[in-house]
Design a protein around this ligand. Structure first.
Ligand code: ASP
Length: 441
């Protein structure tokens, strides 16, 4: 019998997890059972992915840069990557703002619903947590984000998984490897080459566990939903975000087919395991190792491009997040601060959502923290902030899952485009976990 493709196994795991979660919601003690006995397996899976993310970035970027053999190519690649990332993010924000203004999901929400949401979520610990994190972020000086890229101790950066600092260090090492003689560079390059192979193999092995892990992750998401009534009231808003995200995926597929001449279906089929994990984990950072594996081995992007474009993208390119921030900001204004809905404020939202998506961490619900900063930039009244967040809180997790899919798909798309422009897109050579197994079993 033909082996079932990985994405199908993951989809089956997800569906079973959702069904199991709903069943457990109705059984007494079911939620506790999922939390104690099922959810930890999802956590183990995410831990394993995070475990290999940093060594993978380090190894693949150092090896990739030293393979480029030409420093000017690094500049070209860096510039193209940043320009395309900013371009796609602007498209995302414009799509978001257009939809929310045309549909007006916040117009006509009844006072009764607003009052219900307010009572339930205004003083919720989750809302307070987002506000606190946003204020910590805001207190930093304007150039703090730049300063944060340069580490003073690489071991701390590696230990704390500070992505941009690790990328900077890897670039620095890679460039210096190009600047010393080939003979002296060889041992270190071989070391990172070998490390890269090992970590890629780890991804293959961890992915064997993916269908079971997504079962656990989805069951855990489902038991967290408890207020379907409020959820239904927010459907208009949720559909605006989901519709915008779907358009964004369409935009990527268009770019892929026009620029790289590859079939959009082929792209989707090969990137889908990463998309499904992005959906289940709500974290582009946790998904990164899988995104890298899919893009390199299944889409044919050379390591020197994917090793740079994907880690940078996971940290700074969040098209799904920026689209969501645009829609959420305007939706909140439509409901509780309509006088703020001016054209100039929407222009400010374009700029701040761009910066906010760059500044958002690639972890669950980070986009909501940065939404506070977007709202503050247009003078949104501080006393209304908790109500504003309360309004969108109930549907944030499912929307986070969807926007993370777009974030990851955006990174993969841009890596294909940059690779094509540098002639670094080749016939993919997928590897399996057991390619070498016969020799050692
Ligand atoms: N969860 C998103 C990500 O990791 C960020 C966000 O929008 O909250 O890409």
């Amino acid at each position: 019998m033909k082996k079932l493709a990985l994405h199908w196994k993951i989809i089956i795991g997800m569906i079973l997890g959702i069904v199991f979660g709903f069943i457990m919601n109705t059984v007494s003690g079911g939620k506790g059972f999922v939390a104690d006995w099922i959810a930890p397996f999802g956590k183990i899976f995410i831990n394993l992915l995070k475990l290999i993310a940093v060594p993978l970035i380090l190894a693949s970027l150092i090896k990739g840069i030293s393979d480029l053999k030409d420093i000017s190519k690094i500049k070209t690649m860096g510039l193209r990557t940043i320009i395309i990332y900013v371009g796609t993010t602007l498209v995302a924000i414009i799509i978001g703002l257009t939809i929310v203004n045309l549909v007006g999901p916040g117009k006509g929400m009844s006072q009764d619903t607003i009052a219900k949401i307010k009572t339930k979520y205004e003083n919720d610990a989750g809302v307070a947590d987002k506000l606190m994190k946003a204020s910590a972020q805001k207190d930093a000086g304007p150039l703090q984000a730049l300063v944060d890229i340069f580490p003073s101790n690489i071991f701390t950066s590696l230990g704390e998984a500070k992505m941009l600092q690790v990328i900077f260090f890897a670039l620095f090492v890679g460039i210096c490897l190009l600047l010393i003689s080939e003979e002296k560079a060889k041992p270190l390059v071989s070391f990172f080459d070998s490390l890269n192979e090992v970590v890629m193999k780890m991804v293959d092995l961890i992915m064997l566990f993916a269908p079971y892990a997504v079962f656990a992750l989805m069951a855990n998401v489902i038991i967290a939903f408890d207020d379907t009534e409020i959820l239904l009231k927010l459907l208009n808003y949720a559909f605006c975000v989901i519709g915008g995200l779907a358009l964004m995926i369409g935009f990527y597929l268009l770019l892929i087919s026009i620029y790289t001449k590859k079939s959009p279906l082929w792209f989707l089929k090969n990137i889908s395991p990463a998309q499904l994990l992005a959906f289940s984990t709500s974290s582009s950072a946790a998904t990164l190792p899988v995104t890298m594996e899919r893009v390199e081995e299944h889409l044919g992007v050379d390591k020197e491009v994917s090793g740079f474009v994907l880690p940078v993208g996971a940290t700074v390119n969040m098209d799904g997040t920026s689209l969501y921030q645009g829609i959420a900001a305007v939706f909140i204004m439509q409901v509780i601060w309509p006088e703020g809905l001016t054209f100039s404020n929407q222009l400010v939202i374009v700029a701040t959502a761009l910066l906010a998506s760059i500044g958002s961490a690639a972890v669950p619900s980070a986009g909501m923290v940065m939404l506070v900063i977007v709202l503050e930039s247009i003078g949104f009244p501080a006393e209304l902030l908790p109500i504003g967040l309360a309004l969108i809180f109930a549907v944030d997790r499912p929307l986070d899952m969807c926007r993370t899919v777009v974030n990851v798909t955006g990174d993969a798309t841009v890596s294909m485009i940059v690779a094509k422009s540098l002639d670094k897109l080749h016939e993919p050579k997928p590897q399996n976990w057991d390619d070498n197994y016969d020799k050692v079993k």
